[in-house]
Design a binder for this molecule. Sequence first.
Ligand code: 1CP
Length: 348
Amino acid sequence: MQVPPGQKRLIRTLNGQEVDRPPFWLMRQAGRYLPEYRAIRKEVPDFLTLCYSPDLAVEVTLQPIRRYGMDAAILFSDILVVPDALGVKVAFQQGEGPVLEPIRTVEALDRLSLSGFHDHLTPVYRTLSRLRQDLPQETALIGFAGAPWTLAAYVVEGSGSKDFAVARTLARTDEPLFQRLIDLLTDAIITFLDRQVQAGAEVLQLFDSWAGVLPEDQLERWCIRPVVRIITELRQRHPDVPVIHFPRGAGLSLPKVAAAVNAQAIGLDTSIPIAEAVRILPKDLCLQGNLDPVSLVAGGPAMLAQLAQLREVTRGRPWVFNLGHGVLQQTDPGEVQRLADELRTGSP
Ligand code: 1CP
């Protein structure tokens, strides 16, 4: 028996409905801090193979749910499967970040296309439909994509970066080219998320992990505008599927971003004091976040004190517990247990 999505704790909270306690999940809840993840990771030659193997991707998605009973599972995949499916060569090198064939010219951009996009991503859709069958009844299934700016940043830079200076320079020196890239990524993300919902995703999260490196005019143009288009389009197609927008590093621009994109929830990163977010964002907007991932590494009573403060400050408004960024690799699974136990049973 499937529980209707509307009765799941995460979805109720995102819709502004009452719940017995705030729901919780963790960004990067599946991953290298778990020994059972490392065991599976060893079996595959590279990380993308894991993302494109439904049996294994289902298994690693379920691993943290079995241990900790989060209120939501997030599809195991990566934001860079979108450029990969558009024809950008993407590789994950052992122990390092991603390496991409950089796209900086019209000729390079002309080689990318949406034909073959869904064929390439079929294993991801298969993973979602299996998860929808295998998850515990009360667990919501989150699908996701990187937002256009964050994907463009990797695609132009060709790798991770502290400040994405190459990508930001191209955005200013060749606006028409950069706009074409953003438009292509926006179209791809819309159709990708639409298919994720058809395959079983009940909630969508947009990761704009590098929103914080853009000054205001660029934030408006490369983050806000395309995200508005994505959310508007998805809401037309799937009015019941809530969207969480995570504009990491948006700081003082959060109210402007939130008002424009009109998602059901806004993800808060570690740098914004939660009390400030509560003060500057509309009361009925659901907040998600923002325990420091390092606080989870350190663990113990100090972590629980941080959690108590988050609870105190968010009392009386829709709030989803999460970290301010992903679980770090050096995290002790026992500390995640301590956190989950407190979230499930501690005083609300
Ligand atoms: O070998 C390994 O195990 C690779 C480590 C790893 C993992 C476990 C990478 C490489 N990606 C992932 C999974 C992943 N990535 C998930 C799975 C679901 C979950 O949360 O449990 C998700 C949602 C992502 C999203 C993602 N990938 C983001 C957005 C979130 C964020 O962290 O800001 C980004 C920026 C990426 C790119 C990426 N993928 C992997 C790495 C090391 C990076 C960062 C590269 C860099 O900029 O340095």
